[in-house]
Ligand binder design. Sequence first.
Ligand SMILES: Nc1ncnc2c1ncn2[C@@H]1O[C@H](COP(=O)(O)OP(=O)(O)OP(=O)(O)O)[C@@H](O)[C@H]1O
Length: 735
Amino acid sequence: MTVAAPREDQAEDFLLTGMTCAACASRIERRLNKVDGVIAQVNYATERATVTLRPDVERSTVVEVVAKLGYGATPLSVRDDGSVPEAEAARDDRVADLWRRLVVAAVLFIPMVDLPLVLSVLPEARFPGWAWVVAALAAPVVVWSAWPLHRAAFINARHGASSMDTLISLGIIAATVWSLGSILTGHLPDPSAGALSVFLDPVGPLYLEVAAAVTTFVLAGRYVEARAKRSAGDALASLAALAARDVAVLLPDGTEARIPASALAVGTRFVVRPGEKVATDGTVESGASAVDRSMLTGETVPVEVAAGDTVTGGTVAVSGRLVVTATAVGGATQLAGMIRLVESAQASKASVQRLVDRISSVFVPIVIALSVLTALGWWAVGGTAGDVFSAALAVLVIACPCALGLATPTAMLVASGRGAREGIFLKSHQALETSRVVDTVVFDKTGTVTTGAMSVRAVHLASLDSRRRVLTLAGAVEDASEHAVARAIVACARAEADEFPAVEGFGALPGLGARGVVDGVEVRLEKPLRDLPAWAPEPAADSTLVVVSLDGDPAAVYELADEVKPSAAPAIARLRAAGLRTVLLSGDRAEAASAVGAAVGVDEVIADVLPAGKVEALEALRSGGRRVAMVGDGINDGPALAAADLGLAVGAGTDVALDAADVILVRDDLNAVPDALDLAKRTATTIRRNLVWAFGYNVAAIPLAALGLLSPLIAGLTMALSSVLVVSSSVRLRN
Ligand SMILES: Nc1ncnc2c1ncn2[C@@H]1O[C@H](COP(=O)(O)OP(=O)(O)OP(=O)(O)O)[C@@H](O)[C@H]1O
């Protein structure tokens, strides 16, 4: 692979090979960060280094620095769609290699343990050279199967460093050498003393099966770990696989030409046939189809789109042919954004995990020292050579804090993969921790609890013959506004007027309305701050109201209706059942907000607030001791999303939402809110449980081993088991 110089200060991804424990990751990270002009973050779980390079630093520097440490680094060619071919291939190779070594170790390990047992119960089967048979069985295991462990330990040793592999490799070598010594000097256990003595008798037992057992268990642990990493990576890969490979573009003469999807440019028109993937984000120009978005959002029901609607790259047109104009390509598409979100969430580290990484890096020398001390201690109290060796070996073997290193990253990996399948994107580890303590969920009204597709219910006029003029003037001003209310007023005007006159001096009155001068008339559209004019009839309770005044005189009152999303009431009921307080926060008038509040069943409605007031309302809740999650559509509630303890943006998509929110919900279904909180909570709990378990295990097991209460065989088993437990508790998050 050629290593091109980076263009500007830019994050580059590298695939790392040879890392066997969290300590490796933290060592690489520390060493890279010592290089001038390099800022690096290394993730053990994804086996990636994200490195920001100053323009004068070559990518090859990173490769060299990492190689000097004894690991491999390959710059990744991240495809436009975010997938990384090398990483996928490397993961597969690693899993296959581990599997081969594991099978050999396990197959030979079984007769090794069985032979002494058979000999102990069947005296007539004993033969003089039996110990050499055990040694012959052990040889491939401790040499070939354990090779990756020895290799890593050796490379580390050459640089005066150590890792988990140092402990394991030392343990295997010590046990092997000790056993060969015993065989050569004839200090063999007596099989006739009973089966157990072969394993547990400290007076000259054969430790070959310990060496083989440790190898087998460690490989088994690593295999499970590699599999879990790969399948979590699969979620990412399957997201990346959604990207279309090629696309039929529409040429100016009306014919079509197939080009690779990566060659699409913004503004290109392309055709999507039924059953075909939409190649990139765009606006439908003509045609109509149901679009299946389930692969992206988890929504099972296809959505109907027609001219003017937007479509997202990666979704599938189910029923009709569409002509689409591309609005975003490559890294700017929603799909690429989501892939980046998943990756950064997977790389996000808990502060506890940073501590763990630091502990891991000083852990190994400490353990070796402890092991030597244990040996000295047993020797000082007059233990047999067997006691001395057995206890020291057990300490070496049991102390690997692999489980500690796996606790956070595996859980994040599994949770973000699972979230991605359901259209839930947790942006950071912090979001998980916060979700655990949230006790209040605040919903924005328009576009979040309601569809935001408003319609005009009625127009009440001061004088009946002015209808066409008022509609035209109002439509002309609102045509410049993006607000949901504005869109409805424009649609209503278009139905009756053909052309809008030009507007001068348009201004949005945030949270209140809009104004502008049309044909010399000052037009204001505002939410009623006082009583309605006397000529206007009593409006429906749930109507949103807009008063139109021309040169200061009220000329019309619009009544607008919005539909509550069908998912709102069930989602809110679920949150309340989980003991959370639910609040509806709205800039609309109190009656309309209360009507929606009653329809969806929230505990409290806060209405009539200006946009700045929304932030204040959240702060008031927070200073009252509440931990607040804010759910919005990200369109005009960016500040509120950012002000809450936890911001959730529903319906995906605006850049504001991506920045301001902690959780992005691509599914336009409010059930995603309780789903996301649930997933976040379960993930945070899993991480805690993993850490407590892994830490507790190391703290408790080392003294036991030092006191000679754990045989090396059991130590090896426990050590591997603790990693497997941590990984499998993380994997359970998938269900
Ligand atoms: N362009 C506009 N034209 C007319 N009225 C408007 C316009 N913009 C806002 N308003 C009025 O101001 C009110 C509050 O608007 P704001 O944008 O703060 O909230 P919202 O997003 O519509 O509603 P919610 O806070 O419930 O989500 C609206 O209900 C509407 O009555």
